[in-house]
Design a binder for this molecule. Structure first.
Ligand code: MG
Length: 323
């Protein structure tokens, strides 16, 4: 059975554009020799989830540290609608702390409270959530609201319903002057069929390939209006979904053209499994203008969350392919 470790090992033998292992670490080593101080400020931001525990201890001070690392904007996580807070901080206070630090809040991750079970019955409830969320975020000048949690999607029919619910959210955001996006993990690269009862992962691919089979992420694209819904591709989770983020961006230039999640298994450039040079080149070609660094778990490498964020910023500051 192919587990994740085997996949990573096998991936290192392939020459997929997004995966060329070894190449990324060579780039990192080369980049590390360039003087950081010589670099002008570059265009990248940080998803605050990356610092969740450590940032919560001192948000105002922590955001100043983030700015000093070279990040120029942030994407929020931890929206609490009932209390109008981000984590334990009121949204107005958070905005002030970000302003004081010199960081722009460009986007925010949030999920409607329906546990991923979308239906005709709770469609209205989901819309109510987005209405309030759009107002809360418009009030702090945050222009993008993004859903990072995947609704349960066992069939093409359910993907169509989800597409309509996403369009509702996009319409609501647009009316408030915001834009609405969807952020993937690896589950969106499973496949669905008409009348299906569960998503099909790569290893269980039926032969012959069933009629009408779709990749879930592409079904979401198919059933949403491009003027209402954009896609914030998480390049690491795309690789974990056994897809090449470069090829995927190439295939969908009009849907993945605003904002990206730049992520690695550890701090950026540490795993050797992400070819960020090719990823950035393609992202610029698609017109992506915002790059959000996100860290999952740096603890296993002995780093604190702040150290991981700094190492990632240094990697991007030193990378000649990052503008
Ligand atoms: Mg992400």
């Amino acid at each position: 059975m192919t587990n994740r470790r085997d996949f990573l090992k096998n991936a290192s033998l392939l020459t997929l554009g997004g995966l060329v292992a070894g190449k990324a670490s060579v780039s990192a080593a080369t980049a590390a020799s360039a003087p950081i101080s010589a670099q002008a400020s570059k265009n990248f931001g940080l998803q605050t989830y990356s610092l969740s525990r450590e940032l919560a201890e001192d948000v105002a001070g922590g955001l100043k540290k983030v700015k000093a690392m070279g990040y120029s904007y942030i994407e929020l996580a931890g929206y609490n609608q009932a209390e109008g807070k981000i984590g334990q901080v009121s949204m107005a206070d958070y905005k002030k702390m970000a302003d004081d630090a010199g960081l722009k809040i460009v986007s925010s991750h949030l999920n409607p409270p329906v546990r991923g079970a979308y239906s005709a019955e709770n469609r209205g409830e989901i819309s109510e959530f987005w209405k309030k969320a759009a107002d809360h975020h418009a009030a702090i000048g945050c222009e993008k609201i993004i859903q990072p949690g995947q609704p349960s999607t066992p069939s093409v029919e359910q993907a169509k319903l989800i597409g309509e619910v996403f369009n509702d959210a996009g319409r609501i955001a647009k009316a408030a002057g915001l834009s609405w996006g969807y952020h993937n993990h690896d589950g969106e690269f499973a496949r669905i069929v008409p009348g299906g009862t569960e998503a099909i992962t790569g290893r269980r691919m039926p032969r012959p390939v069933p009629e009408g089979m779709m990749v879930i992420e592409e079904a979401y694209m198919e059933y949403t209006d491009p003027s209402l819904v954009f896609f914030e591709l998480d390049v690491y989770w795309t690789v974990m979904g056994q897809n090449d983020p470069v090829e995927f961006m190439k295939k969908h230039p009009t849907r993945i053209n605003k904002i990206l999640h730049i992520k690695d298994k550890y701090a950026l450039g540490q795993s050797g499994m992400m070819n960020f040079e090719n990823i950035f080149k393609q992202a610029y070609a698609n017109g992506v203008s915002q790059f959000i660094v996100e860290l999952e778990s740096v603890a296993s490498t002995g780093m604190t969350q702040f150290e991981g964020a700094k190492a990632s910023a240094d990697y991007l500051k030193n990378a000649s392919f990052v503008r």
